[in-house]
Design a binder for this molecule. Structure first.
Ligand code: ZN
Ligand code: FE
Length: 255
C-alpha cells in the first residue's frame, strides 16, 4: 500500500490519524485533536509533520492547529466554507478539489450537516476516506449547524463510493450507536450479528474504526433511510427519504 496509516486514541473518544505517502515520505495528520498524542506518534516513527488536513472547525478537530504549525511549520488545508474558523489555514478547499499528499491523491467532498462547512477526504486509489464527524460506524454526526436535508444529501454522496471503501471516522461511538440502531432496526439480522461482534471487540478495548462502507450500508440506520425495510420498521412507508432520515436523527438525539 502506498499510504501508511497510523491510528491512535485521543481525548476521551477521538481518533488521531497520521498518514505517510511511502514513496515521498510526506506526512499528514487528519485533524488535530491532541497535540501531545500527535507529536508522540510522529516521534515514535521519526517522522516530521508536513500537512494538516482539517475536516471542520470544532475544537477537537482543529484545536491543535497552531501549536503543531508552530513546531513543524506545516501547511494547513481545510474547508473553504469555514476558513475563518480554522486556525492557521493556508489552503482552502471544497467540493471537487483534489489535493496531493506526496503521490497520494484525495478528492474533497463538501458534507454539510454536522457543521455547515464540513469536508471529507476520499483517497479513491487507496480505497479509503477520512470522514470526520459526518459518518460514524453505525451512526452519523449530530446536526449542530445543518439541516436533515443537508446531511442526507452529504451521506448520499458517500454511499456512491465502492463498497470496499474503508471509512476512518473521528470518534469511537460504535457501541452506543449499535444500541440505538437496534432500537430502530431490531429485525435486521446483519445488524444483530454486527452488534454482538462490536460488544466483544469493545470489551477488549479494540477499535471498531475504520469501518467498511458495505457493512455500513447493511447496518447503519442513517444510511438506510431510503430503504423500504427501514421505512416499514418505523411505520413511515409513505414518507420520503429526508423525512425518514430526520426521524431517525431525532430519535437518536433523544435516545
Ligand atoms: Zn465535530
Ligand atoms: Fe468531533
Amino acid at each position: 500500500m502506498a499510504l501508511e496509516i497510523v491510528q491512535f486514541p485521543c481525548l476521551s473518544d477521538n481518533y488521531g490519524y497520521l498518514i505517510q505517502d511511502q514513496k515521498s515520505g510526506i506526512v499528514a495528520t487528519i485533524d488535530t485533536p491532541d497535540v501531545e498524542a500527535i507529536n508522540d506518534a510522529l516521534g515514535q516513527r521519526g517522522w516530521k509533520l508536513d500537512i494538516i488536513l482539517n475536516t471542520h472547525h470544532h475544537y477537537d478537530h482543529a484545536g491543535g492547529n497552531l501549536a503543531l504549525k508552530d513546531k513543524w511549520n506545516c501547511k494547513i488545508i481545510g474547508p473553504k466554507q469555514e476558513a475563518a474558523r480554522i486556525p492557521g489555514i493556508d489552503q482552502q478547499v471544497g467540493d471537487g478539489d483534489v489535493i496531493e499528499i506526496g503521490h497520494a491523491k484525495a478528492r474533497i467532498y463538501d458534507t454539510p450537516g454536522h457543521t455547515l462547512g464540513h469536508i471529507v477526504f476520499h483517497f479513491e486509489e487507496d480505497g479509503l476516506a477520512f470522514v470526520g464527524d459526518t459518518v460514524f460506524a453505525l451512526g452519523c454526526g449530530r446536526l449542530f449547524e445543518g439541516t436533515p436535508e443537508q446531511m442526507w444529501s452529504s451521506l448520499s454522496k458517500i454511499v456512491t463510493w465502492p463498497e470496499n471503501t474503508m471509512l476512518y471516522c473521528a470518534h469511537e461511538y460504535t457501541e452506543a450507536n449499535a444500541q440505538f440502531a437496534l432500537s430502530v432496526d431490531g429485525d435486521n439480522h446483519a445488524l444483530k450479528k454486527r452488534s454482538a461482534e462490536i460488544k466483544v471487540l469493545r470489551a477488549k478495548n479494540t477499535p471498531t474504526v475504520p469501518t467498511r462502507l458495505g457493512d455500513e450500508l447493511a447496518t447503519n440506520p442513517f444510511l438506510r433511510a431510503n430503504r423500504i425495510e427501514m421505512k416499514q420498521a418505523l411505520n413511515m412507508e409513505g414518507a420520503n427519504d429526508v423525512e425518514v432520515f430526520a426521524e431517525i436523527r431525532k430519535r437518536k438525539d433523544n435516545f
